[in-house]
Design a protein around this ligand. Structure first.
Ligand SMILES: [Zn+2]
Length: 268
């Protein structure tokens, strides 16, 4: 199978983007018949009170997420982490798919259907074992070739973060049209947000977002850009979504905590 991108270019870009305050964790190596790919997780702002996981490249044919993560780190993710956030980044969960432009991994498996599996593909077990769930927030960067514009899936543990998806849509709209269809992917949608999703216990398989939720994450957002737009536009849209989420999540949490007893989730 022909390679159309190089995973090692991504690793090199990430390495040169990190300053001394960032840490890189090696999760293990994905070995295919012809290659070995080290999976990594990067942490910025270690010890800050709110914890977010930003992940990309679980579907190899959706490269804008990986490009966004690189750009995020190159353009000042380090600065964002000086605020209230500890930022964990999984830059590319499916390196084989990324290099070959395939949705699935080298075994033909859709990794985003394997998170409930007790014996999952190695990419999934490395992510589950090497990532300290739960987080306050998870942001997963995807693309949907069938969509005329941006939209997102939102699943929250409680009502307090329910407004987050709409705040993100507002941030994205100056950069990319929003998919405001009433049905997206055969699910009810509202202003670019799909939020009537099943609960983890009702599903036979879990995407990564439901695994994150089942582990105690407060808000899980799966962000879908449209590859009908140029790469630079898709990256801007995803970056706007990330900054909107990081800005609004603490506001929503703190608004609630004035009413209820404040308690910040401690990760472990
Ligand atoms: Zn995807």
């Amino acid at each position: 199978m022909k390679k159309i991108r190089n995973y090692y270019d991504i690793l090199a870009r990430l390495q040169s983007a990190l300053d001394g305050s960032a840490s890189r964790h090696d999760l293990g190596t994905i070995r295919t018949p012809s290659d070995g790919y080290p999976l990594i997780r990067i942490v910025l702002g270690q010890g800050n009170p709110y914890r977010v996981l930003i992940s990309a490249g679980i579907h190899g044919d959706e490269p804008a997420g990986v490009e966004t993560v690189c750009t995020f780190l190159e353009q000042g993710g380090n600065l964002l982490a000086k605020g209230p956030w500890e930022i964990s980044v999984l830059p590319c969960i499916n390196p084989f798919g990324y290099e070959h432009g395939t949705r699935n991994n080298y075994e033909g498996k859709d990794l985003n259907r394997e998170f409930k599996n007790s014996d999952p593909p190695r990419e999934v077990s490395l992510v589950r074992d090497g990532t300290p769930f739960p987080f306050h927030l998870t942001l997963e960067l995807h693309e949907d070739v069938d969509s005329p514009g941006y939209y997102l899936y939102q699943k929250t543990a409680t009502a307090r973060q329910e407004g987050l998806g709409f705040r993100i849509v507002e941030r994205v709209e100056p950069h990319m049209a929003i998919n405001r269809n009433e049905m997206i992917e055969e699910m009810e949608a509202e202003g670019g947000v799909i939020h009537r999703l099943k609960n983890p216990g009702e599903m036979d398989f879990w995407p990564m977002a439901l695994y994150a939720l089942a582990q105690g994450t407060q808000a899980c957002l799966t962000l879908e850009s449209s590859p009908r737009f140029p790469m630079a536009t898709r990256v801007k849209a995803h970056l706007a979504a990330i900054s909107g989420a990081l800005e609004h999540f603490p506001i929503l949490m703190e608004r609630e905590s004035r009413i209820k007893n404040p308690r910040i989730l401690k990760g472990g």
